[in-house]
Design a protein around this ligand. Structure first.
Ligand SMILES: *Cc1c(COP(=O)(O)O)cnc(C)c1O
Length: 950
């Protein structure tokens, strides 16, 4: 084996496995299988033009030397991003730990109690700090969270407001520029009218339903919003506030003055800047809006034995059920980052956070005093961490500051703002001071012996407790936190335990060499709004990644800005919208979507202002051509786009795809390809070849970014020539096309830090390794299909009877025996496996996607488990529900209990096959009761009194 060839580490199958696998499938060679799987008219004619593979060793030194091209300055730009200190215990035990970062979204609650608890901590922290009743966990960034607030408040307008078309939304001038840009993007298609202005002078006229404020304001001024909120409430206008999370330790939380929504980022709670992301945003609101809140909420419930258990509450699968009526398109969010931010609060506790906030505040006050002593005017009358200073000549300050390795925020040539952060030391303050004294030639000697005065008015000082739950007051030493994190981690099944064969989610290897760069300081510590020449290392990898993705998809341009697949869908549709508009065809607003599409598709189309027309699929799982033709004819005049997943969500390469895309083009529409299934295409075919115009890629599926328990994700869009001019921009740093649409996410290049992972994935595999990965992914899927054949029916196959990289097995026939698909999913846990995708895209089925990274033994163990379960199904009957499937999963507590009243043995329950003995995974709770939790919604940790009572 070539030990330095990364492909041989990434791909699980060995050469000597092939004869057995090919025989099982019934083909002579892999090439024959691929020939029978992918229609020949869409196969690529020549290999992708990508650089040759790099060994892991070489990649690490390459990426390290690139990082040194970034200039890591002391950055005081603020604007929603602040340097902070990631406690090493959190970095090592969460960020660098596959037990946390390779987990999936916690749909299977019984084997996800650890991250569910970590997210409940996050929600509790947010509720406490904001003073709100309910929080989600979590959203993509502060700007998108603010946009979600704008749209949620739009949706909950009262009947009168809806009837009278009350559509105006006030945005304070103090709101961050990137947030304003996002509000512009999101408001337009929905018919929301933005009105910006000075919140102090503003009087609400007719037609307003909501408002957004920033707390503190964008350049640091702390305002008292009580009277504004009162005025709004008098007119039944709802108020959202974008708040700085650390400031809320010292300031009156917005929840205490009666606002309806509080959003913000938790970046400064221990998350690296990463040139823009990923970071977790929060969204907190009133209990009254619990059914409208976007994203995921973790809630308490009970298990079969009545013990406390956690799971995702309410609208867990909301887009799949509500589709174009969904409240948002948020699917992948920022779970890993939310887990880290929550752990930061657990580690520091209320006293630690107060210490940090006090230190930041104190340093800001000292700096203000020092500069005033030198004769500079400091303009913020009340502030937390940011001062605003008048300077004679901003340009000259900038050059002095940059010489000293410092970035300020230059508002104009006479004003600069400086945001102090957790990492700012006395020496840093001194250096800032020096930059200013050089400016005036002042001889004043630096001394920290200045008297500071209070700069937060009494009325705005927080006087309520926060984080008084036990959880935030228990783990303040490293040993304690390390063990607490381990305790949580052990409850969760991640890829470091066994295969997670989630169809459509592509849970492949997230290689250590791809992950290591995330911990390098010269990648972590770059603010997204530094001058671009300070981020040369980043721009090298971002541009190279864009180039490679453009090549892989066959298109003309790429934007890395969208920070999830669903955001990519939205971004792609918005470029289509802009394209039609540019041609004077703004009226084109019909988006045709097959019934089998992922729920985010219709949700995104509605957000882009389009009307969804559903087209049918035939009995083979293909688009029903006659139905499509009919729909296209009816809507020909107004056709904007077709959204199509390829290979389809049914796991099939439709051979009529080129006819379909041609039909859309002939009728003036554009074709959007959902790229979630790109793992079946890379190197063999591509979206441009099938005739699409734009696609998103889920870098957290095909391109190896770990799922992180539900995020981060990156959802770049790749577009054909005619859409390149419309790629999204950013109001602070220039990016995007010549006629760029406004922002899709807050940072110019989205979640830049984790783009390093996909960059590494492509560079280390190279053209040959990428293509081989696709082939093996298809091989593995077909191997499973054939091993299960006769026992489980595969619902759809291609014309030659092959699956693509995934397949759907039908579990509906087992209803005869009283067995539902969930019973199979839960029973798989007893065998040590995470269930495949349940009931998507067809109810009552499982969708299995093994990926290329699994080895043959693991595929066999999974198949053995499935076949063994099949036998158990045969022994079950609908008359008697006390059976091994209905009682699954079985916990350690059940199996070691002195009493055992089940009609099967303990061994059958917990050790059903020999391989289980070697590596037993115990679900930590019995089956959770979803309905109970939704009826009794509790989404924060129990208050301290609850412990006292117990
Ligand atoms: C995962 C997925 C999406 C959504 O992507 P997110 O990153 O979770 O927002 C869209 N379509 C399909 C088919 C998917 O599998």
């Amino acid at each position: 084996m070539m030990t330095d060839l990364f492909a041989s580490r990434h791909i699980g199958i060995r050469k000597e496995d092939l004869p057995k696998m090919l025989k099982t499938i019934g083909v002579e060679s892999i090439d024959q299988l691929i020939y029978e799987t992918i229609p020949s008219e869409i196969r690529l004619k020549k290999p992708l033009d990508l650089s040759r593979e790099m060994s892991e060793h070489k990649f690490l030194s390459h990426v390290n030397s690139l990082s040194l091209k970034n200039k890591v300055y002391k950055t005081y730009i603020g604007l929603g991003y602040n340097e902070c200190i990631t406690p090493s215990v959190i970095k090592r035990n969460i960020l660098e730990n596959p037990g946390w970062y390779t987990a999936y979204t916690p749909y299977q609650a019984e084997i996800a109690q650890g991250r569910l608890e970590a997210l409940l901590n996050f929600q509790t922290m947010i509720c406490d700090l904001t003073g709100m009743e309910l929080s989600n966990a979590s959203l993509l960034d502060e700007s998108t969270a603010a946009a979600e607030a704008m749209t949620m408040l739009f949706d909950v307008r009262n009947r009168e407001q809806k009837k009278n078309e009350v559509v105006k939304f006030f945005v304070s001038n103090e709101v961050l520029p990137q947030t304003l840009s996002l509000l512009q993007t999101r408001s337009k298609p929905l018919g929301i009218e933005l009105v910006t202005g000075d919140h102090e002078a503003f009087e609400f006229g007719e037609g307003f339903y909501g408002a957004l404020l920033q707390y503190p304001g964008k350049y640091g001024q702390v305002y008292d919003y009580k009277s504004f909120v009162q005025k709004a409430r008098d007119k039944e206008i709802k108020v959202a506030v974008a708040a700085d999370i650390l400031s809320l330790v010292l300031l009156t939380p917005p929840g205490e003055i009666g606002v309806d929504v509080v959003v913000g980022t938790t970046q400064r709670f221990g998350i690296p800047l990463g040139y823009g992301g990923p970071h977790a945003a929060f969204f907190a609101t009133k209990e009254a809006f619990k059914r409208n809140i976007p994203g995921r909420i973790i809630g308490l419930t009970r298990d079969t034995d009545g013990n406390q258990a956690l799971r995702m509450a309410l609208q867990t699968r909301e887009q799949h059920i509500k589709r174009d009526k969904a409240t948002s398109n948020i699917c992948t969010a920022q779970v890993l980052l939310a887990v880290m931010a929550g752990a930061y609060a657990v580690y520091h506790g209320p006293q630690g956070l107060r210490y940090i906030a006090d230190k930041v505040h104190h340093n800001a006050k000292i700096l203000s005093q020092l500069l005033e002593k030198q004769g500079f005017e400091q303009l913020n009358t009340a502030f937390f961490d940011t001062i605003k200073v008048r300077v004679p000549d901003g340009k000259s300050l900038k050059s002095k500051a940059e010489k000293n390795g410092i970035n300020f925020n230059y508002i104009d040539n006479n004003t600069v703002s400086i945001s102090i952060n957790e990492a700012t030391s006395q020496d840093d303050i001194k250096l800032i001071y020096t930059c200013f004294s050089e400016l005036t030639g002042s001889k004043d000697i630096y001394s920290i012996d200045v008297k500071t005065k209070d700069v937060i008015p009494h009325s705005l000082i927080r006087n309520t407790l926060f984080l008084d739950n036990e959880i935030f007051n228990s783990y303040h030493s490293e040993t304690e936190l390390m063990r607490y994190l381990k305790k949580l981690e052990r409850k969760d099944l991640a890829l470091n335990q066994s295969m997670i064969s989630l169809g459509s989610c592509t849970m492949k290897l997230n290689a250590a060499s791809q992950m290591l760069p995330l911990s390098m300081p010269a990648w972590g510590n770059i603010h997204p709004f530094v001058p671009v020449e300070q981020a040369e290392g980043y721009h090298t990898i971002l541009e190279e990644l864009e180039r490679d993705l453009t090549e892989i998809t066959g298109f003309a341009g790429t934007s890395l800005q969208p920070n999830s697949g669903a955001q990519g869908e939205y971004a792609g549709l918005m470029t289509i919208r802009a394209y039609h508009e540019s041609r004077g065809e703004a009226y084109r607003n019909i988006c045709i979507i097959p019934a089998s599409a992922h729920g985010t598709n219709p949700a995104s189309a509605v957000m882009a202002g389009m009307k969804v027309v559903v087209t049918k699929t035939d009995e083979r799982g293909n688009i029903d051509m006659l139905d499509l033709q009919e729909k296209v004819e009816i809507h020909s005049e107004n056709l904007a786009a077709l959204m199509i997943t390829y290979p389809s969500t049914h796991g099939v390469f439709e051979s009529s795809i080129k006819k379909i895309t041609q039909l859309i083009h002939d009728n003036g529409g554009q074709v959007y390809m959902d790229g979630a299934n790109m793992n079946a295409q890379v190197g063999l075919t591509n979206p441009a070849t099938i005739g699409a115009d734009v696609c998103h890629l889920n870098l957290h599926k095909t391109f190896a970014i770990p799922h992180g328990g539900g995020g981060p994700g990156v959802g770049p869009i790749c577009v054909a020539e005619q859409l390149v001019p419309f790629l999204p921009g950013n109001p602070v740093i220039k990016t995007g096309g010549k006629k760029a649409i406004t922002a899709i996410s807050g940072a110019p290049w989205g979640s830049s830090l984790v783009c390093l992972i996909s960059y590494g994935y492509i560079k280390m595999l190279g053209e040959a390794g990428l293509t081989e990965s696709t082939k093996i992914a298809i091989l593995n899927a077909n191997y499973i299909k054939n091993r299960l054949s006769g026992k489980f029916d595969v619902l759809y196959t291609g014309e030659k009877g092959r699956a693509a990289h995934e397949m759907i097995i039908d579990c509906r026939p087992f209803k005869q025996n009283g067995i539902e698909v969930t019973d199979i999913a839960k029973r798989l846990m007893d065998y040590g496996f995470h269930a495949p995708t349940v009931s998507f895209p067809v109810a009552g089925t499982l969708m299995i996607e093994p990926t290329e990274s699994e080895n043959l033994d693991e595929l066999d163990r999974f198949c053995d488990a499935m076949l063994s379960i099949r036998k158990e199904i045969d022994h079950s009957s609908s008359e008697d529900t006390n059976n091994i499937l209905k009682n699954a999963p079985h916990t350690l507590h059940m199996v070691t209990n002195d009493s055992w009243d089940f009609p099967y043995s303990r061994q059958e329950a917990a050790f059903p096959l020999p391989f289980v003995n070697e590596n037993k995974f115990w679900p930590s709770v019995r089956r959770v009761d979803d309905a109970y939790g939704d009826r009794n919604l509790i989404c924060t940790c129990a208050p301290i009194e609850a412990y006292a009572e117990a």
